[in-house]
Design a protein around this ligand. Structure first.
Ligand code: RBV
Length: 403
């Protein structure tokens, strides 16, 4: 945690401000996040700003137990996070945070919002609002809002430029590839790497894999994204064809059933299968288990499925998000989480300061707040940049200057 905080200048600046203002005095904040060192800095900053925090994990495999224990030792933090829990213990821990009767929720994947709406609707009146970290969570929230089922405001932290253009692209790209390389001790160079989904995460994975001398193949269902991938110089193929030539498969779609039985049947011996999407639904492991005549742990974090004809398909980290769930996974690099959590922190404070201004819906992060986080980062990095003159600002706001 100390190492992380040394590399999180945005969180350091925000901590100073929150400590001085005691911005969260009287607030109870429930959090379901990947409980590891960088997340711990966010949790501490909210607690040092006066909040009472109850935190748990948002994935059964991503918690670092030592970090959870360190957080729990803080007088204003209770941590229920534990690595390797089953479904029941996972949801018990979510409920334990809700028992603190939060006034603010901070989610990564929307499990807290869902549990509160389903099982504890009586708490909703006391909740100012929430913040959501990831694409999948925002997607679920938007579906919930479209159904008229979302009953308090939630900031789509994921969608802010300071988050998505860095965390999803560079963070997912670097940490997924690093986790797979460390787990397998295999090289990227010369491999056919199949990246499913060319959203922000897929773009990052594809770019970094190409940077490691892999031959990148993209699968997509959205015509403009498929075209973008093509224009970036990647091969674009249907999964049924990519399955035959891929050496490594990495899913980043957020959707289910991306790699299924018909694809397993075409794959080569020894392929690696991994998922970088939030939930473990992209690779149909049930079908793979049914096809397999044997399965065994090939090495720590790698489960081999042996098919009747002897081919072995290797699944990394149980198909859970590989950059956090592999045994040696550390999550995204510190610098990008400094940005993401900087946006989380300023959004949480915006809820305290102006919560009534937001209705029960999914809200974009106010641009001014996002820019402020960028300015703190640039200042810490010693990067200076220009600003508009008054004449330029007036020109940008005008419509009457033609040719
Ligand atoms: N993520 N957190 C980490 N704490 O190390 N790494 C990645 C960490 C977040 C990231 O912001 C992404 O949106 C989300 O995990 C997916 O669950």
């Amino acid at each position: 945690m100390d190492w992380a905080s040394q590399h999180m200048p945005i969180m350091a600046a925000i901590r100073e401000e929150f400590e001085a203002d005691q911005s969260f005095a009287g607030e109870r904040i429930a959090m379901a996040m990947h409980v590891e060192a960088k997340t711990a800095i966010l949790v501490e900053v909210l607690a040092d700003g006066g909040g009472e925090i109850a935190v748990t994990g948002c994935n059964p495999l991503s918690t670092h137990d030592d970090v959870s224990a360190a957080l729990d030792a803080h007088e204003r933090i209770t941590s229920y996070a534990k690595r390797g829990v089953d479904d029941e213990a996972y949801y018990d821990a979510i409920e334990a945070t809700i028992a603190h009767e939060p006034t603010i929720t901070v989610d990564d994947g929307m499990d807290l919002v869902a549990a509160i709406h389903e099982s504890y609707p009586e708490l909703i009146d006391g909740i100012i609002g929430g913040c959501e970290e990831t694409t999948t969570g925002v997607h679920r929230l938007r579906a919930m809002a479209a159904d008229g089922a979302l009953e308090y405001p939630v900031f789509a932290v994921n969608d802010s430029p300071m988050k998505r253009l860095f965390d999803n692209v560079h963070g997912t790209g670097e940490s997924s590839l690093a986790s797979i390389a460390m787990t397998t001790n295999l090289s990227w160079a010369g491999k056919n790497v199949v990246v499913s989904g060319f959203g922000y995460c897929g773009k990052g994975v594809a770019k970094k894999a190409a940077g490691q001398n892999a031959n990148v193949i993209v699968t997509e269902v959205e015509p403009r994204r498929a075209l973008e991938a093509h224009m970036e110089g990647y091969d674009v193929l249907p999964m049924a064809e990519a399955a035959e030539i891929g050496d490594v498969f990495l899913t980043t779609t957020g959707n289910r059933d991306v790699i299924v039985e018909e694809h397993f049947e075409r794959m080569q011996d020894g392929v690696l299968l991994a998922n970088a999407g939030h939930f473990d639904i992209e690779i149909d492991l049930e079908a793979l288990a049914t096809l397999a005549v044997d399965t065994y742990e090939a090495r720590d974090g790698v489960q081999a499925y042996e098919l009747p004809d002897g081919r072995r398909l290797n699944v990394i980290a149980e198909g859970r998000l590989v950059n956090l769930a592999a045994p040696i996974a550390l999550g995204h690099p510190v610098e990008v989480m400094d940005q993401s959590f900087g946006v989380q922190a300023v959004c949480a404070r915006e809820l305290v300061d102006n919560g009534e201004a937001y209705d029960a819906d999914v809200h974009n992060v106010p641009d001014e707040l996002d820019k402020k986080v960028a300015e703190i980062k640039l200042e810490a990095a010693g990067v200076t940049f220009d600003s508009l003159t008054d004449e330029q600002a007036a020109y940008m706001d005008s419509w009457d200057h033609g040719t």
